[in-house]
Design a protein around this ligand. Structure first.
Ligand code: ZN
Length: 239
């Protein structure tokens, strides 16, 4: 068994029509106020911010994104004999799971936008249900169990990553024989340092990204081709 670990970032989902909020033409460059909508302290303190955040989520929710060739190539590798695959993702879109990678093999460092969580009682429910309530006229839908403030089950700015999830990601990076960073600028810590940890522990490091990353020099292979075509080819020739 060859353990192949993937660290995936926004770039793997752009072919699925999901915009990279942080990217050069991202929402946060065009509208600095938008960053408040995903910053925990503002979100919790200001009902007006929450109202705008729900409208943004409602507008972003259509049309429904589908996994693309890169997500499917990773799912296909997971089914190939001789390979064990783990995915560590910075994305909150759930597209790896939709593409067929088993849920238990995907670590979501920044949580998921497909669920909402109550900030009071921690009850989880579906984003789809919450958006239906927004559509029906509730500007800031509250938790149905306790009346508390609902937020997406994502890690907002100002919130810590789940230490358990991060610990698992570290173990995977240390154990990986091949570590492929895909569509991540490798600039957001601590996620980015997983690439360095993997290389230090003997993994073959492959970086697939349109732009240069701080880990390119450490990498055994750097791929700049479009992810949707480059990743399936790359995984096809893994022995
Ligand atoms: Zn609650």
């Amino acid at each position: 068994m060859t353990l192949v670990a993937f660290l995936t970032g926004a770039g793997i989902s752009t072919d699925s029509g999901i915009s990279d909020y942080r990217g050069p033409s991202g929402l946060w460059r065009r509208d600095p106020e938008a960053e408040k909508l995903v910053t925990y302290a503002y979100y919790m303190a200001d009902p007006e911010i929450r109202r705008r955040a729900w409208l943004m989520r409602r507008d972003a929710a259509t049309p429904r994104p589908e996994p693309n060739a890169a997500h499917r190539a990773i799912a296909a590798l997971e089914r190939r004999p001789g390979f064990a695959v783990r995915v560590i993702t910075q994305n909150v879109d759930g597209l790896h799971q939709l593409a067929g990678t088993p849920v238990r093999k995907v670590l979501e460092l920044h949580g998921t936008a497909r669920a909402v969580v109550c900030t009071g009682c921690h009850t989880r429910s579906s984003m789809e249900d919450a958006l239906a309530r927004v559509e029906a006229g509730e500007a800031d839908p509250a938790c149905e169990a306790c009346g508390g403030i609902l937020k997406p089950a994502t890690v907002m700015f100002g919130q810590r990553l789940d230490p358990v999830v991060l610990g698992e990601a570290l173990s995977i990076a240390k154990a990986a024989e091949v570590f492929v960073a895909v569509g991540s600028s490798l600039q957001v810590q601590p996620a980015a340092s997983l690439a360095g940890t993997a290389a230090e522990h003997g993994a073959r490091l492959i970086v697939v990204n349109a732009e240069p990353t701080p880990y390119d020099e450490l990498a055994d292979e750097v791929v700049r081709e479009p992810i949707g075509t480059a990743l399936p080819e790359l995984l096809q020739r893994l022995e």
